[in-house]
Design a protein around this ligand. Sequence first.
Ligand code: HEM
Length: 422
Amino acid sequence: MSSTPKPDLYDPPGRILVHGAAYQDLDRWHAAAERLRRAETLPRVEEPGWWPFWAITRHAEVAEIERQNALFPNTETSVLLPEAALAQQKKSGVQIKSLVHMDDPEHAQYRKLTNEWFKPSNLRKLFEVRVGELAKRYVDRMAAFGGECDFARDVALYYPLHVIMSILGVPEEDEPRMLRLTQQLFGNEDPEFAGADRNAALLAAALDFKQYFDRMTDDRRAHPRDDIATVLATARIDGAPMPEIERLGYYMIVATAGHDTTSATLASGVEALMNAPDQLRALQQDPSLLDNAVEEMIRWATPVRHFLRQATEDYTLRGARIRAGDWLMLVYLSANRDDAVFTDPYRFDVRRKNANEHIAFGTGVHFCLGAHLARLELKAFVGELLSRLESIEPNGSPEHVVANFVGGLKRLPVRYRLRAEA
Ligand code: HEM
């Protein structure tokens, strides 16, 4: 009986950037990414069913492209999707337009609306205590599992979700719905979240978000509160209320970008500490390393795998002639293992001198709006966990979500001992 051999996801190496399943084996993924970084000429990826693009895999190259946003704008298509999904989205008339789909001057106008909210001083004033309380609550929850849990699914998933939803103003009982919608949107290649038809799941998620946030807008206009939903419901652009599509996109990006990313970093960071007990001990003995350890966790996890840019002019990079109109993929996970910047890049090192040179939050005008919030959350949780953790070890095989955009661990079975609260 003959069967068609499965195509190799890792060879030619550019295929790792297209197929979400390639992220399920990160060792092989990184080996292929290294080949792309070492290639003499800028690699171009041409995979049937997907737009061709240039793979921007070195740290310095990602920064070079991102800092020239006028030459390389985000455009309305800032994430790689199969051509069929793009066509179906167009046909459906459902349009998602958020900060990552905007360019200046429009982007600057919209970014200004929430920039102050996410500044460290405002976050410290309004949320540091609350985030600390939530971190404690979720470490307590871990303790309540009695020594065994799936850290990714039972703990890491819910803590950042709860933080961002309380900032946005979504009540706790609606959090499971927000979680499901985010997973459909981001993990949309993973059959566990999308069902059989990923395109249909994507559209259904967008429509459900719309219904939910339209109701929320009406409510906040009638009854303003101290939350981001009120800022968005009442914001004005050029003296008029924010247009409907842009308003929906804004709610969606805050609701979705705010938790999956941080959850994935937390799970991956705990896995890295568990696999390197010397690092875990160093951090427990010297909590002043925490800030740096969190930067290293973010470098290590790099949950946002890519964004796209489109060239507006011809440009030369690593010996290749990029043409106006060509697509470029910024490959953050590869850039964060670039040995031109990070010595021994595949080693997780809480004392790494330049851990904060990672580019996991991007750079330039689209630099992650929630970077300070993410750091605050991660420090609060890891600090609380390590102050009570006596031991932790693997209790089964970890599993990664199938996604080429936002990814990370979806299962991390662990066995542990936690001290009762101090
Ligand atoms: C460890 C966690 C996180 C990582 C690694 C991450 C990563 C990123 C990256 C790579 C970008 C694109 C940057 C660029 O194009 O240069 C981005 C944009 C963005 N992130 Fe995050 N993010 C995280 C957490 C958050 C959180 C907690 C929020 C909460 C609101 C958030 C909201 C946003 C928004 C709104 C944008 C779009 C900014 C713009 O286009 O102006 N992110 N993030």
